[in-house]
Design a protein around this ligand. Structure first.
Ligand code: PNS
Length: 162
């Protein structure tokens, strides 16, 4: 069985993330979306558990996708799902450098672990969770950016954050 692990901070999941999940779900038998800690991203909007809940709202209809959280190293987590590969989306050349480095480090820690890159669909190349959070602060229309099931959650959480 071919399992793909799609890791990320997903704070929150965007339509760009969902596009990668849907495409990976057509290629692999199982896709495990893993909500993780990115230590460069301080002060997240949602907790890991809240992010897991939001993603479940969005991927509920996809039969071969499930969602987990893990707060350790991705290369260690992947051992639970062996044989598995990591799937990442690449939006632009600027993503490549850090993703390439992470892929190599992950394979250094866990030599069985390969990383597959899917190119982002062009309508989502500009999209990131950070852009969404910035727009949400100003009450902008998020409907083209976020899966519709979670738009209200993000606006409400942003309002409560103040
Ligand atoms: O969506 P992001 O923030 O780009 O995802 C990055 C993430 C969470 C996948 C990355 O920070 C990660 O793998 N975190 C887990 C800890 C880990 O394994 N770090 C070593 C990678 S070099």
């Amino acid at each position: 069985m071919k399992t793909a692990i799609y890791p990320g901070s997903f704070d929150p999941i965007t339509k760009g993330h969902l596009n990668i999940i849907e495409r990976a779900a057509k290629i692999f038998d199982v896709v495990v979306v893993c909500v993780m800690v990115n230590s460069d991203k301080k002060n997240p909007l949602f907790s890991l558990e809240e992010r897991l809940h939001l993603i479940n709202k969005v991927v509920g209809e996809l039969p071969n996708v499930r969602v987990e959280t893990f707060s350790g190293l991705l290369a260690e987590y992947a051992k639970r799902h062996e044989p598995a590969v990591i799937v990442k989306g690449l939006r632009a050349v600027s993503d490549f450098e850090s993703e390439f480095q992470m892929a190599l480090i992950n394979r250094k820690i866990n030599p069985n672990l390969d990383t597959f890159f899917l190119t982002a669909s062009e309508q989502y190349t500009y999209l990131s969770s950070s852009v969404v959070k910035e727009l949400a602060r100003y009450g902008a229309d998020l409907s083209g950016l976020l899966p519709e099931q979670i738009v209200d959650d993000v606006l409400e959480k942003t309002r409560n954050r103040g």
